[in-house]
Design a protein around this ligand. Structure first.
Ligand SMILES: *[C@@H]1O[C@H](CO)[C@@H](O)[C@H](O)[C@H]1NC(C)=O
Ligand SMILES: *[C@@H]1O[C@H](CO)[C@@H](O)[C@H](O)[C@H]1NC(C)=O
Length: 330
């Protein structure tokens, strides 16, 4: 009889494997830098307001910095169209808040975008529809995907479904959960796909990008659902930084118990919330106004710079891959 036990165990494993739906793999896009081993990009978030609230000023300065750094592409941390996403693929907001605003040559590169909570208040399937690329071929928007640039992998994560309030207390807002609901299944699949993708990644640098904050001293503060569900996956996989928007500011916070950095670039338009909350981790920099970020990555260093709406450098720091040491200047 004891001899039967391994066999039964084996059969059980087979049955389990067959009845568990296979987890899909995250879509992977490859965009190698122009200069091999040296990536330069801009990161912007929370912008689509038809040029108002200094959106146009920030756009102009992105053009200037983009040219100086000869950037490869732009990443958006979401909230691409206020207040309620797009009404459909023909919504004039696509031109008024995106194509007609970011007109400088240096930022006529691909834009890799994820969705924010305000995007989920409109027609999400329209914003994800590749038809938009026929209107403006820069606009590459997806829920969750991997963006590989050789030395760095960006793991783009769809964070609005994490926030429980949007499901249980939406108030007067309507969220478009088509292809997402039920929440539990969506999140557990996403977390598993992300974990597997992080484990497979051979890139020197791993950055995770989401819309919602993990650590923030501004209006929204921390997002407890992300701290509970997403953060452990990042820590166990030695992610270098989590980059987000949602709070309309620029900030750098570093984790007290891991090498993870929390970076907010959400200054694309409306800002000046005039809120400063406490945070449990180490707050290194906070700017309450409009602006954007550049990121330059080589095999050995990652350099982050925050700019205001006039293109002034507000803050810069770099991290050394070998030592995890931070330098205030470079
Ligand atoms: C635009 O930017 C300037 C400079 O930071 C700031 O003084 C002004 O309040 C901003 N305007 C808005 C509407 O936020
Ligand atoms: C995190 O580290 C900072 C700087 O050393 C310290 O001020 C803060 O109290 C620490 N937070 C906690 C929760 O220990």
């Amino acid at each position: 009889m004891p001899k039967m036990v391994p066999l039964i165990g084996f059969l059980l494993v087979l049955i389990t494997l067959q009845s568990t739906p296979l987890i899909a793999e995250l879509t992977k896009i490859q965009h190698l830098p122009k200069k091999e081993g040296n990536l330069a990009i801009l990161v912007i978030g929370d912008f689509g307001r038809k040029g108002t609230y200094n959106q146009s000023k920030v756009a102009t300065q992105m053009g200037v910095v983009g040219e100086k750094l000869n950037i490869d592409y732009v990443i958006s941390t979401g909230d691409n169209f206020y207040e309620d996403g797009l009404t459909g693929v023909d919504d004039p907001a696509f031109y008024e808040s995106f194509s007609g605003i970011y007109t400088a040559d240096s930022i006529k590169t691909p834009w890799y975008l994820i969705l924010g909570n305000h995007d989920y208040r409109g027609d999400v399937l329209a914003q994800l529809n590749p038809v938009l690329r026929e209107k403006d071929n820069r606009f590459i928007c997806m829920r969750s995907f991997i963006l590989n640039s050789g030395i760095v992998d960006f793991f783009m994560v769809d964070t609005p479904p994490f926030e429980l309030d949007y499901w249980t207390n939406p108030g007067s807002s309507h969220y478009d959960w088509r292809d997402v609901a039920p929440r539990d299944t969506y999140l557990s699949n996403l977390l598993q796909e992300l974990d597997e993708a992080l484990k497979k990644s051979t890139a020197t640098w791993k950055f995770v990008v989401g819309h919602h904050t993990m650590r923030s001293v501004s209006d929204h503060g921390d997002t407890p659902e992300l701290l509970q569900l997403l953060l452990p996956v990042l820590k166990v996989n030695q992610v270098d930084a989590y980059i987000n928007g949602h709070d309309h500011c620029l900030q750098h916070i570093s984790s007290n118990d891991s090498k993870l950095h929390y970076i907010t670039s959400g200054g694309g338009s409306k800002a000046w919330r005039n809120v400063l909350k406490k945070n449990e981790d180490t707050v290194r920099f906070f700017y309450d106004g409009q602006g954007f970020m550049s990121l330059e990555v080589s095999e050995t260093k990652a350099k982050f710079v925050f700019y205001d709406a006039f293109g002034n450098v507000l803050y810069k720091w770099s991290t050394d891959k070998a030592t995890d040491q931070l330098c205030p200047s470079f």
